[in-house]
Design a protein around this ligand. Structure first.
Ligand code: ADP
Ligand code: MG
Length: 263
């Protein structure tokens, strides 16, 4: 697949020094328990700069919790998470500064119903980044165009399809200038005919070299766009590798069982 815009991963993976931030996201020994419920039981996962990693796995395996730990919506019980070289699990970390570097797109779009598309993309820039009206507007329009919604900037969420709303949510995340993007089943709430538009935008984003960690059940997307696929079950990454291996020739029985249900 064409990924000429991406950095040379062989070089990234073989970088020997520990102090060089070779990964955009580096998750090590990550554990998360809710009371007695151990949801993440020691996750090691790295996403190199410009890489796309898709996380697949059954419901309840801990995929959302994993993403939520990466932007500190949940506090990890143990382990470390580094994003762009900064250890976000450091107790002294500036959580707001961390979140600004991480764009997150959820299954539900959470747009403000009383704001237009451009208003929704402007508001966090104004409130969190304290951008002025003109700059926030310019960046909002730029990113709405990037997700193919240049003709919908004045539309309210109720006037948009689910796929268009999700693209506004993606534009909103991009407008903050994140260094990595996290997606949690971004197309699961969409009617089937609208899924392709959103996946197309994500594919385009991947081609620009954005670092992406994507939880998805869209095996076609994972197969074509992901550099690596991680299969999670029971709070662990059971196997991980290139999509052609994990999806088309899995080595674990649990992966085979899961895939036989979704493919
Ligand atoms: P997935 O996204 O793979 O479906 P989740 O990460 O959402 O899995 O959930 C994994 C497990 O963690 C589930 O058993 C769920 O009930 C539990 N869980 C998730 N969030 C919370 C929470 N805030 N409090 C208690 N339990 C939670
Ligand atoms: Mg989930």
């Amino acid at each position: 697949k064409p990924d000429k815009t991406k950095p040379d991963k062989t070089k990234l993976d073989s970088a020997p020094q520990d102090d060089v931030p070779v990964s955009a996201i580096d998750i090590s020994g990550l554990r998360k328990a809710f009371g007695a419920n151990e949801v993440l039981r020691g996750i090691d996962l790295r996403v190199g700069a410009g890489e796309v990693v898709c996380v697949i796995g059954p419901s309840g395996s801990g995929k959302s919790t994993l993403l939520r730990c990466v932007n500190l919506l949940e506090e990890p019980s143990a382990g470390t998470v580094r994003v762009a070289g900064a250890e976000i699990t450091d107790p002294d970390v500036d959580i707001d500064a961390v979140r600004r570097r991480i764009g997150m797109v959820f299954q539900s779009f959470n747009l403000f119903p009383h704001l237009t598309a451009v208003g929704n993309v402007e508001i966090a820039q104004r409130k969190v980044l304290r951008r002025g009206r003109a700059e926030a507007r310019r960046v909002a329009l730029e990113n709405l165009e990037r997700v193919g919604l240049a003709d919908k900037v004045g539309a309210y969420p109720a006037q948009l399809s689910g796929g268009q709303r999700q693209r506004v949510a993606i534009a909103r995340a991009l407008a903050m200038g994140p260094s990595v993007m996290l997606f949690d089943e971004p197309t699961s709430a969409l009617d089937p005919e609208l899924v392709g538009d959103v996946l197309g935008v994500m594919r385009g984003l991947a081609e620009t070299g954005m670092t992406m960690l994507v939880v998805t059940h869209e095996m076609g997307f994972a197969r074509e766009v992901a550099d690596r696929v991680a299969f999670m079950d029971g709070g662990l990454v059971v196997e991980e590798g290139p999509p052609a291996r994990v999806i088309d020739d899995p080595s674990h029985e649990r992966t085979r069982t899961f895939l036989s249900r979704v493919l």
